[in-house]
Design a protein around this ligand. Structure first.
Ligand SMILES: [Zn+2]
Length: 68
């Protein structure tokens, strides 16, 4: 999982869910456009996990991937 990039997710049509570790809110990013709004294609999932913060409580998100 560590070596998977945003580009791979776009190519495979994977839905990326970010679940907040603080308040439990879940954000879903799927598809080329949505994923590009939060990350660059070369970004690794592991790095994304540290880059994204919850919009509500600012806690770090936990990445959950859904394979179609
Ligand atoms: Zn939160």
């Amino acid at each position: 999982m560590a070596g998977i990039t945003i580009r791979d997710l776009i190519a495979e049509g994977v839905a990326l869910q970010i679940r907040c570790t603080g308040c439990g809110k879940t954000y879903v990013y799927q598809g080329d456009f949505r994923l590009r709004t939060v990350a660059t294609p070369n970004m690794r999932i592991r790095d994304l996990q540290f880059a994204l913060r919850c919009k509500v409580c600012r806690a770090r998100g936990e990445v959950v991937m859904t394979i179609p």
